[in-house]
Design a protein around this ligand. Structure first.
Ligand SMILES: Nc1ncnc2c1ncn2[C@@H]1O[C@H](COP(=O)(O)OP(=O)(O)OP(=O)(O)O)[C@@H](O)[C@H]1O
Ligand SMILES: [Mg+2]
Length: 320
């Protein structure tokens, strides 16, 4: 099988809104596809169609070879889904939530118990297993949510913005859990607004905008698509910032970004570097930093969609 998850020409309307406008994608077995896109781009709609929760108006999709429309039952038995909004029962304890799901999936009482215990252990929730989920912090709840989607040992996992709202530490912890699943051979489709997350985890990335795939490739391929590298010049003397900006403007013939004491510009020809150095030298300006680097995924995203991606927040996890 070439693709564990495959979609062709998916279209979905909500009244006047075209949530999906002909989406194609394919995820080879055991790989992780990162789906990036601004709010309303259609990410959740695509996930819900692939997870059989929503019927497309047109197009077809298969998961492990099963058609999501005609063979929804088989698809459901093979997938796990962690939605954008937590789905655990707040009043039940961690262990009760997982045991209930095991029973719903047809496991015996004993099997459900041992599966729940193993998952809680794996997600570092063993100590909180007997507490109601409503007492969990955001990070713990997300881990419980992910554990819940794994009760049925899915071969394919859909993670819709699994780390949104998590503090950086909880996010890193969740990433290592996802890496563990990939090591087990699970195929993952993950949507995210955090570009670093896609950069860290994804083998391949697709960028959605207005219900269409507007770019796809590995992180490095996407960074190369803008055809640009990024020149950064920081004058030793901050007073020289405007002059540096003028030098860069003259050399590259475009207006650079000036922020945080640094002049930043996309450049298409590395030969501009010696020219910038020469001009600065002529003016007697010393640069404390002068670098040419690859575009970040953030800059690619901005170039593609015209939006900046959401920044990771530093808010602390609520203590329990
Ligand atoms: N049930 C619904 N009824 C009407 N419109 C909807 C519904 N669900 C989604 N939409 C619209 O479809 C479009 C795509 O929404 P979707 O939730 O798939 O985007 P998304 O990429 O997941 O966004 P976000 O990053 O905010 O989660 C949006 O314009 C949204 O307003
Ligand atoms: Mg969404």
């Amino acid at each position: 099988m070439r693709y564990a998850i495959e979609a062709e020409g998916l279209v979905k309307h909500y009244g006047e809104t075209k949530a999906l406008d002909g989406v194609d994608l394919g995820v080879p077995p055991g790989r992780l596809l990162g789906v990036l896109g601004p709010n309303g781009a259609g990410k959740t709609t695509a996930v819900r169609i692939l997870a059989t929760l929503l019927t497309p108006d047109a197009g077809r999709a298969t998961v492990l070879g099963y058609d999501v429309r005609r063979q929804a039952h088989q698809v459901r038995s093979l997938i796990g889904l962690t939605g954008q909004y937590a789905a655990v029962d707040e009043m039940l304890t961690g262990v009760e939530n997982l045991v209930m799901l095991g029973r719903l999936l047809g496991l015996s009482r004993a099997e459900s118990r041992s599966r729940a215990t193993a998952l809680l252990e794996r997600f570092d929730l063993a100590d909180a297993a007997g507490r109601a989920a409503k007492t969990y912090s955001g990070g713990m709840r997300r881990r419980l949510d992910l554990a819940a989607s794994l009760v049925g040992r899915p071969q394919v996992l859909f993670l819709d913005e699994p780390t949104t709202g998590l503090d950086p530490r909880s996010r890193t912890e969740l990433w290592s859990v996802v890496r563990g699943l990939m090591a087990d051979g699970v195929t993952v489709l993950l949507t995210t607004q955090y570009l670093e997350e896609a950069d860290q985890l994804a083998d391949d990335i697709v960028v959605f905008d207005h219900g269409k795939v507007i770019a796809s490739g590995t992180s490095d391929e996407l960074k190369a698509t803008t055809g640009a590298q990024v020149l950064e010049v920081r004058p030793l003397d901050p007073e020289h910032l405007a002059l540096v900006a003028k030098v860069v403007t003259d050399v590259i013939d475009e207006t650079p970004e000036v922020a945080g004491g640094t002049v930043t510009a996309a450049v298409h020809d590395p030969a501009v570097i010696p020219a910038v150095v020469r001009h600065l030298d002529d003016l007697g300006i010393v640069a404390s930093e002068l670098t040419l680097r690859k575009s970040t995924l953030d800059e690619v995203f901005l170039a593609l969609t015209g939006h900046r991606a959401e920044q990771a927040t530093d808010e602390e996890e609520v203590p329990v």
